[in-house]
Design a protein around this ligand. Structure first.
Ligand code: MLT
Length: 287
């Protein structure tokens, strides 16, 4: 799982060199990570899918992990320029990059699984390329767009990341990303989450924050989603709580809801066995 490959996307998304993992054979599951994480957050799912007869493809989305978006390269020493010069990476761009990667790998359609920001990208992917989505898995995410206050907070955070780096993000978000039980019993999970955040390029993270602030309201998409959908949420997720998942479940007619106990936002890392079990049960039904 540690070895990964690269693919440089040409027109119209020129300059993005995507890093990705592609393992296993069989039906494809595309795994879209959350913010400000990378494909390594899916390690347990990648190994599990490979062992159970699936092919798992997990990209680092633009600006995060090992995928550097060329638009983010800025040499200016002027701080004002630096703060403003990081353009948003939109959810639409991320979805188009994921589709270009599937093209490169000759994959026509996949089960698309996104966690949190990856869920927004999955919504865009399903909107842009409905025929390429065999099934959707939406974990720790939500349909509505940000309100003005939430957009403002994202911009403040983007500026702070660019000015100070990522360490404030770790301290501010760990208690929300992980359930109390994970925090007290799973130091390895805490270490992994912390490491991913600290490794993130502040420019890529700021660009993704700005992109999330611009995302569409996906509520109107819900009743148009026809593919089988599994919605996963951590019982103790304060970021995207159970009510968000229930709203998606009510709106997507062909959907199932799995609520994971002793998990907050990072369900796949906090409760990998339960997450994988729910994923497999669902994939077996639809493939
Ligand atoms: C994530 O985990 O991807 C983020 O919490 C998404 C968001 O900030 O909306």
């Amino acid at each position: 799982m540690n070895q990964f490959q690269r693919y440089t996307i040409e027109e119209p998304l020129r300059g993005i060199e995507m890093a990705y993992t592609d393992v296993g054979s069989g039906r494809v599951v595309l795994l879209l990570h959350g913010f400000p994480f990378d494909k390594s957050m899916w390690k347990e799912q990648i190994d599990f899918l490979q062992d159970t007869g699936f092919r798992a493809i997990a990209p680092d989305l633009p600006g995060l992990g090992e995928t550097v978006a060329q638009t983010l390269v800025c040499g200016s020493p002027d701080e004002r320029h630096r703060l403003k010069s990081v353009p948003p990476t939109t959810m639409d761009e991320m979805a188009r990059c994921a589709a270009a990667l599937l093209d490169e790998l000759n994959v026509e359609a996949a089960a698309v699984c996104g966690l949190s920001m990856g869920g927004y990208v999955a919504f865009e992917f399903a909107h842009l390329f409905p025929l390429r989505v065999r099934a959707l898995i939406l974990a720790g995410t939500r349909a509505p767009a940000d309100n003005n206050k939430e957009k403002e907070v994202r911009e403040q955070q983007a500026q702070r990341m660019l000015a100070e780096g990522m360490s404030f993000v770790t301290e501010a978000t760990l208690p929300k990303l992980l359930a109390p039980r994970t925090l007290s019993e799973k130091p390895d999970v805490i270490a992994r989450v912390r490491e991913m955040i600290l490794k993130a390029d502040p420019r890529g993270a700021a660009a993704a924050q700005r992109g999330m602030a611009l995302r569409r309201d996906y509520s109107a998409d819900l009743d148009k989603i026809c593919m089988p959908t599994l919605i996963i949420v951590g019982r103790e997720d304060p970021i995207r709580p159970v009510a968000d998942a229930e709203l998606m479940h009510r709106g997507i007619r062909n959907s199932q809801l799995a609520i994971l106990e002793d998990a907050a936002h990072m369900t796949n890392l906090e409760q990998p066995e339960t997450f994988n079990h729910a994923l497999l049960k669902f994939l077996e039904l639809i493939h």
